[in-house]
Structure formats: structure tokens, C-alpha cells
Design a protein around this ligand. Structure first.
Ligand SMILES: Nc1ncnc2c1ncn2[C@@H]1O[C@H](COP(=O)(O)OP(=O)(O)OP(=O)(O)O)[C@@H](O)[C@H]1O
Length: 272
């Protein structure tokens, strides 16, 4: 049977108890689908609920209403089909790069020699073949991200959930990492849900860009298809006329939400 969606959120509402009987509705009736092999970016103002939606797809947060399905099956508990990449490093500081990558396989019972051989291949794929024996503190921020990417991909997840994964990196390294991600994704297209506040990054990487309104009760207010040809080079694609036209169009909707989001984030008490 072919599945139509890798991830589907149907009318998903997420609310947080604030501990004093007040409830903060972060996201209301969000509808979002990611098809198998599709790269979808979520963009929205600060505090609108991007990470919240990702956490729902990860099975880390249970929505107050609505449903979450993965490959047409309801999600119950943690999403074991997914690999996560977050802004913060998730590397074990006491393990070398190769051990950090191999651990995902070793936990599943792969014999150590095989796990190490496959980890070495993945390190080579992310351009770190010669850095296998280094500990995280001996690597640059960009290199640590590469190890983290290899750590996720070696487990061959069906879905990648990425929350501002390149956020802490400098602008040039972000772009280099974006290209690396696109190369790896192109070779074996997985469903990707990628959260970013950077509209340019979203358009350069994704097949679809989804925009959220400012919270509280944030909604999905726009969904644009990016038809820029692939394979893409994200340095080059930013010079394309179509890129600029799309950026202008999306920004005309996003701009007001960014201003509202900033105002909300500084008046949390009134926002409830
Ligand atoms: N555990 C929680 N308890 C109460 N409120 C929460 C909790 N987690 C998130 N929120 C609130 O829900 C809203 C959405 O948060 P979320 O982290 O999803 O936003 P975001 O769009 O990812 O933000 P940013 O771009 O700044 O990272 C915010 O207003 C936040 O303060």
C-alpha cells in the first residue's frame, strides 16, 4: 500500500498549563502534512509554536485536540520513525566522533565492529572522515553539527525533524551545512520537517514553506510550494529571480506576524 503522508497533523491544538490554573493555547487547529520524500519548512515569528508543532510530530507533546498520523497510522507515544536534530548539540562529550555516530546502531544491537565501520562511512559522507578520533570539544561548531547529522542519518529514520539545526552557526557555515543537508537528502529522500525563523533558508531548502501566525492560538496561515529546480545550490539559488519573487510574496504575509510575535513575546502575561 502506498502512503499519502509521512506526517499529518489534523486540526491540532496544543495548550500548556501555566501552573496557576491558566492555560496558554500555543497552537490552534493546525493542519499540516508532509508527503513521503517531501521537505517542508515551517517559518513563523518567535514564540508562535514552531517547536511545539515539531514536538507534537515527535510524540514528545500530546495535543489537547486533533490527531497526528505517521504514514497513515495514528501516533501513540514517541515517534520511533523519526530522527531529530536540534539547535543544541546532542553529542556525548566523553565519546569520540566515531563513537558518537556508532552509538545509534550499537543501541539497536549492531555488533561494534560493524557499527564502527558504518559510522566511519557516515563521517566520510559528512566530510569528517579524518576526524573520527576527535572528541566534541576538539571540533568546531560546524563540525559538531556534521557529526550530529551523521549520528541521526546512520539510523536511517523515515522522517527527519529538525529544529533550527544550524541556528548557532555563523552565516557562511549555515549555508555550507544547508548544502550538505540537501546533498544527503537528495541521495535518499526522506520526509523532512524543518523549523526555522529564516525565510531565506526555508525557501532555499524546502519543497514547501508553511507560515504560522503570531501566538497565542497560532495558526497556519500560508503554504507555498517552492518550484525552484533541484538539485539546488543554496548559494546560487538565492540569486534566482523566482527566489526573490517568492521571498517578497511570503514576506508580505510574514512581516506583520513577526511584529505581532515580538510584541507578544514581551507581554506574556497579557497574551494568555
Ligand atoms: N512548557 C510550556 N509551558 C508554557 N508555555 C510554553 C511551554 N512551551 C512553550 N510554551 C509557549 O508556547 C509558545 C510556543 O513556543 P515554541 O517554543 O513552540 O515557539 P517557537 O515558535 O518555536 O519559538 P522560537 O522561534 O522563539 O524558538 C510560546 O509562547 C512559549 O512561551
Amino acid at each position: 500500500m502506498t502512503t499519502s503522508t509521512a506526517v499529518a497533523l489534523e486540526d491540532t491544538t496544543v495548550a500548556f498549563r501555566l501552573g496557576d490554573e491558566r492555560v496558554y493555547t500555543a497552537v490552534e487547529k493546525a493542519r499540516l502534512t508532509v508527503a513521503p520524500g517531501e521537505f517542508v519548512a515551517i517559518v513563523g515569528p518567535t514564540g508562535c509554536g514552531k517547536s511545539t508543532l515539531l514536538n507534537v510530530a515527535a510524540g514528545l507533546l500530546k495535543p489537547a485536540a486533533g490527531s497526528v498520523t505517521l504514514f497513515d497510522r495514528p501516533l501513540t507515544g514517541l515517534n520511533k520513525d523519526a530522527g531529530y536534530l536540534f539547535q543544541a548539540d546532542a553529542l556525548f562529550p566523553w565519546k569520540t566522533a566515531i563513537d558518537n555516530v556508532a552509538i545509534g546502531l550499537e543501541i539497536k544491537g549492531t555488533p561494534r565492529t560493524e557499527a564502527l565501520a558504518r559510522a566511519q562511512k557516515w563521517l566520510t559522507s559528512v566530510g569528517l572522515g579524518a576526524f573520527a578520533g576527535r572528541y566534541p570539544h576538539m571540533l568546531s561548531g560546524g563540525q559538531r553539527k556534521r557529526v550530529a547529522l551523521a549520528q541521526v542519518l546512520i539510523r536511517d529514520p523515515k522522517i527527519l525533524l529538525m529544529d533550527e539545526p544550524f541556528g548557532p552557526l555563523d552565516a557562511q557555515t549555515r549555508q555550507v551545512m544547508g548544502n550538505l543537508l540537501l546533498d544527503l537528502w537528495n541521495a535518499d529522500r526522506k520526509a523532512v520537517l524543518f523549523v526555522t525563523h529564516d525565510l531565506e533558508e526555508a525557501i532555499a531548502l524546502a519543497d514547501r514553506v508553511v507560515i504560522m501566525s503570531a501566538g497565542p492560538s497560532s495558526r497556519i496561515i500560508g503554504d507555498w510550494r517552492v518550484t525552484l529546480p533541484r538539485p539546488r545550490d543554496i548559494f546560487e539559488v538565492r540569486l534566482d529571480k523566482e527566489f526573490h519573487a517568492l521571498h517578497r510574496e511570503i514576506w508580505s504575509v510574514l512581516k506583520d506576524e513577526v511584529m505581532k510575535g515580538y510584541a507578544q513575546s514581551t507581554h506574556a502575561a497579557e497574551a494568555v
